[in-house]
Each structure stands twice: as C-alpha cells, then as structure tokens.
Design a binder for this molecule. Structure first.
Ligand SMILES: [Zn+2]
Length: 402
C-alpha cells in the first residue's frame, strides 16, 4: 500500500553524491530501498536495515544499477529531417552555400511551420521513446524552429500535451534561435518582437508549460545587448535564462549568463577564462555538447578540463536537433565526454546525471541517494566502466517493473 520495495541482487551501484561536487559512490553487492517512488536507503546489501527485511524484493538479476540519464539541452520538436543536406556536406558543399539556397535551418523552419500540433506530438513521442529506451529519464526541450508567433505557439502547445501525457520534461522558449526570415538583416527589430510580443503571448496562451527562456547569442545572430533585452523580458515572465553561448566565436555569452544568474550557458567552445570564472562564481552550469562538435566536423572541443579546473560543475547534453546533432544516444555523448573532452568516466557520468539535473534546478534526479526519484537503470554488464569502454556497443538498460 505504501509501495515499499527493495531492489536486491545488484552486482554494483554507481551514483553521484549530491552533497559533494564530483564525488561518485561505487558500491559492490548493493541494495536499494524505495518507498512511494523515492529512494529511502541505499548501500551494501549486508547493511540493509532490519526494518526492510520483510519488505517485497525486486530481483536486480546481478545487474549494475545507476540513476537514469538527464539530457539538459535538446531541440526535440521539429518538422522534416536534413539527411539530404548531410550527404551534400559530405560531398563538399558548404553549409553557407546550402543556406544561400534556402536550405539548412530554413528548411527545418519551413517544415516545422507546416506541421500541426498533432504531428509534432506524434514525432515528439516517438523520439522520447527512443531516448527512454537508451536510459534518458528526463529532458530539457526547446522551441525554436517556428521563428514566428503562431508556429512557436504550436510547438509550446505540443510540449504541453507531451507533459500532460506524463513525459518528464522541462520546456524552454527559444523563439530567438535564429533571425526569422521575415526579419532578415534586422536583428534589433527581431529581438524586440521576441521580447515585447512573442514571449508574453506564449506565456499567456500556455501558462505553466515553459520554465526557461533561451537566446542564440552569436556573431551574426543576436548580440549580447539584444540577448539581455530578451532575457530581461523572460525574467519578468518568470522564465529563467539558459544561453546558447560562445559556440562559433567568443561573444561574451558566458559572461552574460553569469550576469543574469542564468541556469546554464551552453556550447562554449570559445568561452573565455573570465567567462569560466564568472560561471563558477555564480553557479551557472556550463552545458557542453560534444555530439555537435563531432557531427559538424569541428576541431575546437569545449575546454571541459579548464572549466572543471576553474570550479565549474560541467554538464553534458545531446543537443539533439536535425542540423548539427541528430543523436538520441546518451552513451555516444558519454564516450565523447571521455574521449574528446578528456573527462574521467566518473566526471562524464556525473555531468550526464546529477549536474545535468541540477542545471535544470532538480536536486532529486540524477542520483540514487535518499530522497531521489527512483529512476533506476539496470545494466547487464560485469563492470560499469564497460559503458564507455566498449565504444559503439549499443547497451540498453532495463527498468524497474512498475
Ligand atoms: Zn542547441
């Protein structure tokens, strides 16, 4: 009745410790006691408190238990796909040329504008299933392929419906993802439309759906000044900033995120050392997206080691989107964190669980200490390090029975 149960027969359990920044607990022959969908105790099976001995058991089957992954940066909903463009780029055609023909992000914007809410919900749900099968239990999802009020409103409505269907999501409004075709060459007027008209109207039409607001602050897109104007409007509407920052050039996006008290600054391949220090001092989470660097064939990987050295609580995310990272696989991102960003397994794992959750202001996700949501993954492997070691191996977790 209180739905108390104990997960037993675990080869091991690996979890970040939310009380200590980069600490990871690794417990062999573990057990985990749950009540009402929350963790109430975890430790070595031999130390299970006697009050739990007669409680119903769930057999872990000798698996390793970990918390579910949290993905703090996705562009989940969009129309169409860009596989044709991908192959043209492989044939040597530049993105600039493709964009000049009306392709690239413009192609996704056209397809998204013509999609109905029902179509967006259906494709969103099949993508969410793919993420979940791979172990992602909570995601941040952005609007941003509408670039005008009505299409952004349909995207927000679709996210609202996915939440009503029980998917665990945080929604971010990103109507300032790029210059809208209608505002081409006039970023200033575009930023004013987003801040003064679109954001207030999206929040009025869809109360309670979005928690965050985001702007692509980048050379040739929106300036720091225009970003500040949009974020201030978002803050007045109760939306916490997350910033697409310093992705292609240094623009001072990380510094802006620190100034605003943003939850995160994302991408950051060209982040300054001053920006890193400012993020560490103000507890802005740098969210790094190595899948994008890989898919775009860029050479500049985000400086994760320097950020960790500066005291930042780095998180990793997929940046799932049709143009620069069509990847729904957390193990690929985990492996890139280790192999390209030079993070240890424990760091990359923490970056994709607890630090990711924390960047979304959830402290009860991404770990398995007392009070956490019992979102447990069971991996049928001998040693948990195999998750990164067998590069390319498509491990799939099992979930606890409902
Ligand atoms: Zn993004």
């Amino acid at each position: 009745m209180s739905n108390r149960r104990v997960l037993v027969n675990l080869r091991g359990l690996l979890t970040p410790d939310p009380a200590r920044t980069w600490a990871v607990d690794r417990i062999l022959d573990a057990a985990l006691a749950m009540e009402g969908g929350r963790v109430v105790w975890m430790g070595r099976a031999v130390d299970l408190p006697s009050a739990w001995t007669d409680v119903p058991k769930v057999d872990g089957g000798g698996a390793w238990a970990t918390p579910g992954f949290v993905d703090p940066h996705t562009h989940l909903l969009f129309g169409g796909d860009r596989s044709g463009e991908f192959n043209r780029r492989l044939q040597g055609v530049s993105y600039k040329h493709i964009a000049s023909e009306g392709g690239g992000i413009r192609e996704t914007v056209r397809a998204t504008r013509s999609a109905s809410v029902d179509e967006l919900v259906a494709s969103g749900e099949s993508r969410l299933r793919a993420f979940r099968e791979r172990g992602v239990v909570h995601l941040e999802c952005k609007t941003g392929y509408g670039l005008e009020l009505e299409a952004e409103s349909r995207l927000t409505a679709a996210y609202g419906e996915l939440k009503r269907r029980g998917w665990s999501l945080d929604v971010t409004l990103l109507p300032a993802h790029d210059l809208a075709p209608e505002f081409s060459g006039n970023a200033e007027a575009n930023a004013r439309a987003v801040a003064d008209e679109w954001l207030p109207e999206l929040v009025r039409r869809h109360p309670g759906v979005a928690r965050f607001c985001d702007v692509f602050v980048e050379t040739g897109v929106f300036t720091v000044e225009q970003g500040r104007h949009i974020f201030d409007a978002g803050l007045r509407l109760g939306l916490t900033p997350r910033v697409h920052a310093d992705e292609l050039t240094w623009t001072g996006g990380a510094e802006l995120a620190a100034e605003l008290g943003a939850a995160s600054a994302d991408h950051l391949m060209f982040c300054s050392e001053a920006g890193m220090k400012a993020m560490a001092a103000t507890d802005v989470t740098p969210v790094l997206l190595p899948g994008t660097t890989l898919f775009l064939g860029m050479r500049d990987w985000a400086p994760a080691r320097k950020m960790i050295g500066a005291g930042c609580r780095v998180a990793l995310a997929s940046d799932f989107n049709p143009g620069s990272c069509p990847c729904m696989d957390p193990l690929t991102i985990l492996r890139l964190g280790c192999l390209q960003l030079r993070m240890t397994f424990e760091e990359a794992f923490t970056a994709m669980t607890f630090h990711a959750a924390r960047s979304l202001r959830h402290i009860d996700l991404g770990h398995l200490h007392t009070g956490a949501r019992a979102e447990v993954l069971l991996w049928d492997i001998e040693e948990v390090l195999e998750l990164v070691y067998w590069v390319g191996e498509p491990f799939r977790p099992r979930f606890l029975p409902a």
